[in-house]
Design a protein around this ligand. Structure first.
Ligand code: SF4
Ligand code: SF4
Length: 434
């Protein structure tokens, strides 16, 4: 532990000294850090970023643009946290630092733009996000996208706009809707569960949400996706918008605690990870701290939940070669890596082939694809090499952000492979049309 006495006025805001000074600079986390592995720079490693935090805490450095840029390049993937023998809660550190940097207005223009438009504009107003995605669907359905792509418009714009446009997901014809409807369990009812719909997933992966409902019903769950719920707040939290994240958390807590459910099932690793940590997010909130703890304890990832049941055996064969990409917020933050693989292995005919470094981040990381385009692209390219080397027809994952990034990667690589959530494959094996 450092012997330097930190100033009384903590320039790192919510970051706690007992978390920060747990790091002994051993460097055992370096070789799992994607940004360190790409750059070879200490300042782009977890140890380097923590050293910068300590420097600021002890008054040795300022919150300069350069210092902030090293924290900005961090994916928040938490691979370092899982590898750290000293138990440094890196996720909590970087979230606290980002909140403080945002309060001081020391973020980059891209971050400020994303915060204003997406985090403070669209996510708290899901009707507006829905409207935007509807317009995107029209852009694709009316053939405007093909015209734009075939013209030189994108070529005269900065390269990042071209790549961003080419990464747009294909918007499905139907959205998943929250409603007061109660879906009845098939066979003997085991329990009543609430399903988190979230923000982007019901719009761009509506069919996966429906698959999740059917798989839960097959396994004896009564399912509700209660209205009033909203974004879990993960994207805000990871980008330094702590106040917004806390507001979203309170709303979901109220909705799910009054829904009479035994578990809150989440089909998005990033959202599940954030909800399991609502107790930490709201620990200083006298009214909500206890309720947040209750909700955090009730929250389960859908793969973890299904693997904990005596799973109803899927009847149909799926003769598919599948590789599985670990979502960072499932494997590193929630420490769940066996459950999704066990579910895939329960499907007759399915051949699971491991890719190299399946637990290394694909470069999606929330808004990272917008704010750090170059590094995100580099990581996606490496991920695609690993995926294509397996010869798999399907890439399975358990997080919508990873799915969008992997879909874009396959398209950019000219592959006709597809990306599925684990529950999509289970649903297919159960015979989704029945
Ligand atoms: S974060 Fe953990 S593993 Fe990394 S340098 Fe610090 S103590 Fe070592
Ligand atoms: S969260 Fe990921 S990118 Fe950030 S320091 Fe840790 S391992 Fe590196």
């Amino acid at each position: 532990m450092s012997t330097i006495k930190p100033p009384t006025n903590n320039p790192l805001g919510r970051v706690m000294d007992e978390d920060l000074y747990r790091c002994v600079h051993c460097g055992l986390c370096l070789n799992v850090c994607p940004t360190y592995l790409e750059t070879g720079l200490e300042t782009e490693s977890p140890r380097g970023r923590i050293a910068l935090m300590k420097g600021l805490r002890e008054g040795r450095i300022e919150t300069s643009k350069r210092v902030v840029s090293h924290w900005d390049l961090c994916l928040g993937c938490r691979a370092c946290e899982a590898a750290c023998p000293s138990g440094v809660p890196y996720g909590r550190l970087i979230e606290g630092v980002r909140e403080q940097v945002a309060k001081k207005g020391a973020t980059s223009w891209r971050h400020r733009l994303v915060s204003a438009v997406l985090l403070r504009g669209l996510l708290p107003r899901l009707w507006a996000l829905r409207l935007l995605v509807r317009m995107l669907r029209l852009y694709q359905r009316l053939g405007i996208q093909s015209i734009v792509r075939g013209s030189r418009v994108l070529k005269v714009l900065p390269g990042s706009v071209d790549r961003l446009e080419r990464q747009l997901p294909r918007i499905p014809p139907q959205f998943f809707n929250v409603s007061p409807q109660v879906y009845s369990a098939m066979g003997t009812k085991r329990m009543r569960v609430g399903l988190l719909a979230g923000c982007v997933m019901p719009l761009v992966h509506g069919p996966t949400m429906e698959a999740a409902v059917r798989v839960l019903l097959r396994n004896g769950c009564e399912v509700v996706a209660p209205p009033g719920q909203g974004c879990c707040g993960a994207l805000n939290l990871h980008s330094g918008e702590g106040a917004g994240a806390r507001k979203m958390a309170r709303r979901n807590i109220d909705v799910f605690l009054s829904a009479g459910v035994e578990r809150v099932v989440v089909a998005s690793a990033g959202c599940g990870s954030a909800m399991k940590e609502y107790d930490d997010l709201l620990k200083e909130d006298a009214e909500y701290s206890e309720k947040a703890k209750r909700l955090a304890e009730m929250t389960v990832d859908i793969t973890e939940f299904l693997a904990s049941l005596p799973l109803v055996q899927p009847r149909n064969r799926l003769d598919l070669r599948v590789t599985y990409q670990d979502a960072c917020h499932l494997t590193h933050a929630q420490r769940i890596s066996h459950a999704p693989r066990r579910l895939l292995e329960a499907i007759t005919g399915l051949e699971l082939v491991e890719m190299e470094d399946a637990s290394r981040c694909c470069g999606a990381a929330g808004t990272y694809t917008i704010t750090q385009r170059e590094m995100s692209g580099q990581l996606l390219d490496s991920k695609m090499e690993a995926v294509l080397a397996t010869g798999a027809e399907v890439v399975a994952t358990a997080n919508p952000g990873c799915a969008l990034q992997l879909e874009a990667g396959l398209r950019l690589a000219g592959s006709d492979g597809r990306v599925c959530h684990v529950v999509d494959l289970l649903d297919e094996a159960y015979g989704r049309e029945e």
